[in-house]
Design a protein around this ligand. Structure first.
Ligand code: HEM
Length: 500
């Protein structure tokens, strides 16, 4: 079966080119080496799903994990990705197990439901994120960006904390027309922070089907913050329901969602359902954007030329910030997109085969877990040139190989919102600040609720003077990197399937 492997830290390796030097590659977790037992795999998995995987998944079309208890397939073949997400999504519903740890917070939110219930929820939610509505969100995003830039201080900064703060601010302003300084908003944000530290979005249970009768024990420390968050959100939605009744509600996302009737049934979301939806908007909406934004800033800090180019655009935009000038931020947007490729905030998604299937000549039994991995697709050696390199100018890869927001009917409803938010926040920060890496502080990506750095992302900030332009960049001082690409045969109990 397997041989044990040392508990290698998924961390930095000494003699890699430093940021700013030719050949520098953004950090990538060291892949698991060699075969491991199921128990060992679960232990590695619990620590971090990224470093628990073998390096061969960056080349394989598909991998099968078969044990006496369960079978899962990680599919990288774009045709299979298309089949599962776009062509026959009804035959691959979201696995119940994905949400096991999240249900106490999210209830029956659209993120966790399936079938008719999910369809009805999406019919109500989708219109709130349509193009025209996004225009209304721009001033809130711009204001949050300015506030975030003003909060930062020169010197060394843990940037993930700052981007979390900024992204939460965007969500509160766009959803409930209140800035993060609001007392209730602040308390929700703090409780989310506590929840997020304890609860990964994917637990081993998502991959290892435990018997249904086995009682599920939520992770210690998650119950209290989940209850606090739900109580505070209930206060917010109750208040909003009163304002809607009185005709004094602001025109924001919460009002739109609470007043939209399902075009098929004519029903609106019940108050309790609204609490579930708001909880997922906060969770899905701020954690993900914060993660991508922090990585984008790290990447720019390590690539002074790219930062200069992005900052130039940002400064020009900030001279007269306006929704209609957003196309001027083309390179800034490309940087955000490249950060989403290298560090997709949702690194893997799990579906369940409703019936027996044949994937690349292999039988997929009913009930098997189907894992779609933006993490591996985005760095796949067959689909992208220089897959581990940072290149905002890279051409779009082949279809269905770039999936930060998933695809098909279950695509992230906030995708357009998030792309605009990422671009606007980056522009606000870059126009005001110059970012540099901190020597020897190389972040190691790990999957918590989203892809974060194991010990935060430390950057050095200097104010960007009026005349330093965005061109004269200071030298990058960081060093090292983590494993970039390659490596190791292995794949304990993970067998590549199909012709390679
Ligand atoms: C960079 C930012 C974001 C990324 C990378 C992202 C990514 C994703 C992904 C990959 C999914 C699908 C998960 C799955 O199928 O298992 C998803 C679903 C979802 N996202 Fe986002 N998201 C982002 C921002 C947002 C924002 C800003 C909102 C709302 C304000 C949002 C709301 C949702 C909701 C409600 C779902 C569940 C949809 C469903 O299952 O039908 N997301 N997101």
């Amino acid at each position: 079966m397997s041989r044990p492997v040392p508990d290698e830290p998924a961390g930095s390796q000494p003699s890699r080119p430093a940021p700013g030097d030719a050949g520098w590659l953004p950090p990538k977790p060291v892949a698991r080496a060699g075969n491991v037992s199921l128990m060992r795999y679960l232990r590695l998995f619990r620590r971090d799903i990224l470093s628990a995987q073998p390096a061969r998944l960056y080349r394989a079309w598909m991998a099968e994990f078969r044990t006496p208890f369960f079978t899962s397939f990680l599919v990288n073949d774009p045709a299979l990705v298309r089949l599962v997400l776009r062509e026959r999504p009804q035959d691959f519903p979201k696995s119940d197990r994905v949400g096991e740890g999240l249900r106490q917070l999210l209830g029956r939110s659209v993120f966790l439901t399936n079938g008719e219930e999910w369809e009805r929820q999406r019919r109500i939610i989708n219109p709130a994120f349509e193009g025209g509505r996004l225009r209304g969100a721009f001033p809130a995003m711009q204001a949050a960006g300015q506030a975030a830039a003003a909060r930062l201080q020169a010197g060394e900064v843990e940037i993930e904390a700052a981007t979390s703060h900024a992204a939460a601010d965007v969500i509160f302003r766009t959803l409930f027309s209140m800035p993060i300084e609001d007392r209730v908003a602040r308390r929700v944000f703090d409780a989310f922070g506590q929840f997020q530290r304890k609860q990964p979005i994917l637990t081993p249970a998502a991959f290892v089907p435990l018997p249904r009768w086995l009682p599920r024990v939520p992770r210690r420390g998650t119950g209290r913050p989940a209850r606090v968050i739900r109580r505070l959100i209930t206060e917010l939605t109750d208040e909003r329901a009163r304002q809607i009744e009185a005709g004094s509600a602001p025109d924001d996302l919460a009002t739109k969602i609470m007043t939209t009737a399902d075009p098929l049934t004519g029903r609106r979301l019940a108050p309790a359902e609204m609490v579930d939806q708001v909880a997922i908007f906060f969770l899905a909406g701020h954690e993900t954007s914060a993660s991508a934004l922090a990585w984008a800033l790290y990447l720019l800090a390590c690539d002074p030329q790219a930062q200069a180019r992005a900052a130039c655009e940002a400064k020009a935009f900030q001279a007269a910030p306006d929704m209609s000038s957003l196309p001027q931020l083309r390179y800034v947007r490309a940087v955000f997109r490249e950060a989403l490729r290298l560090y997709p905030p949702v690194p893997m998604m799990v579906r369940e085969a409703r019936g027996r299937e044949l994937f690349r000549g292999r039988t997929v039994p009913r009930g098997a877990q189907i894992v779609l991995s933006p993490w591996h697709l985005h760095r796949h050696e067959r689909f992208h040139d220089d897959p581990d390199g940072f290149d905002p100018d890279r051409p779009a890869g082949p279809p269905d190989c770039f999936l930060p927001f998933s695809a098909g009917p279950r695509v992230c409803p906030g995708a357009g919102f998030a792309m605009m938010e990422g671009t606007v926040l980056l522009a606000a920060l870059l126009a005001r600040w110059r970012f540099e890496p901190v020597k020897d502080a190389v972040p190691v990506p790990v999957a918590h609720l989203t892809v974060r750095s194991r010990t935060g992302i430390r950057l050095r900030l200097r104010p960007r003077g009026g005349d330093d332009g965005a061109d004269g960049e200071g030298g990058a001082t960081g060093n090292g990197g983590t494993e970039a690409g390659s490596g190791g045969k292995g794949g304990a109990r993970a067998r590549e399937a199909g012709p390679l």
